[in-house]
Design a protein around this ligand. Structure first.
Ligand code: IPD
Ligand code: CA
Ligand code: CA
Length: 254
């Protein structure tokens, strides 16, 4: 299945790279912080045409769909056509195409592609995680030697205070932190040991479905900030870490 999905996602990445003047081809969805470009729509349309025929009977659950199917039953593709749209609009070259394939509510395959670095992260449940075909592992660094990633849950401003409180607690114990603006890549950075931990108070299923499988298949640990499983149907918080920092969550005020 990954062999079939990966070339399609690589081609979707070429649509991202082909973008010219993305800022002019942008409209606001709910606010100036919530954008969609012609390219998000073009990538999603392309993936909607190419992916479901790979799995007869599968449904498509994409960020830009007007009406979405239920991704928790049968086979479902869960798709973020461009994760990191604000980066994309501003030419920051830090965005990814994210595709998960779930069965009855469990993610079985995950692919996240950064077209700028030509980095293809992939995982199959029980089959390990890979970057451009090479196995990847989470780091072994404790938080004291760590750099963590965080997201600001921009569409849920009510999480501002807890986000800053948790950032402060972790920052005091770590070397530094990063806010990249693309949650799927934040998760892949944990998976390949570039960072040691990531959290965000509110993410949609398409932001985290593929990346969270890639983290667990790379030997890492993923849960919500309440310690439960991630959701494929609703927004939820996300904590992803290597094994060394797994229990840190219990020591923090979240
Ligand atoms: C967003 C990015 C961002 C995260 C937001 C997401 P989008 O996705 O992943 O890093 O902080 O919560 O919604 O809107 O660029 O696809
Ligand atoms: Ca996203
Ligand atoms: Ca998106």
């Amino acid at each position: 299945m990954l062999e079939q999905i990966i070339p399609i996602i690589r081609e979707a990445g070429r649509i991202v790279l082909s973008a010219r003047d993305a800022a002019a081809r942008t409209r606001e969805k709910t606010s100036a912080a919530d954008l969609v470009t012609e390219y998000d729509l073009a990538v999603e349309t392309f993936l909607k045409e190419k992916l479901p025929p790979l799995v007869p009977g599968s449904v498509f659950f994409g960020e830009e769909e007007e009406e979405n199917a239920d991704p928790s039953r049968g086979w479902a593709f869960i798709v973020d056509p461009i994760d990191g749209t604000t980066n994309f609009v501003r030419g920051l070259r830090q965005s990814a195409v994210s595709v998960a394939l779930a069965h009855d509510g469990t993610v079985e395959y995950g692919v996240v592609y950064d077209p700028y670095k030509d980095e293809m992260f992939s995982a199959r449940r029980g089959g390990g995680a890979f970057l451009n075909g090479q196995p990847i592992r989470v780091s072994r660094r404790p938080i004291e030697q760590g750099v963590f990633g965080m997201g600001t849950a921009i569409y849920r401003r009510e999480y501002l205070e807890p986000t800053m409180r948790l950032t402060e607690q972790l920052f005091r114990r770590s070397c530094d932190f990063r806010r990249l603006g693309a949650a799927a890549l934040d998760l892949c950075n944990v998976a390949c040991g570039r960072t040691d931990l990531f959290f965000e108070y509110s993410l949609c299923p398409w932001d985290q479905a593929a990346g969270s499988l890639i983290v667990t298949e790379a030997g890492g640990f993923v849960c919500t900030l309440e310690g439960g499983p991630l959701s494929l149907t609703d927004r939820c918080s996300v904590w992803a870490s290597n094994q060394v920092n797994k229990d840190l969550l219990h020591e923090l005020e979240v």
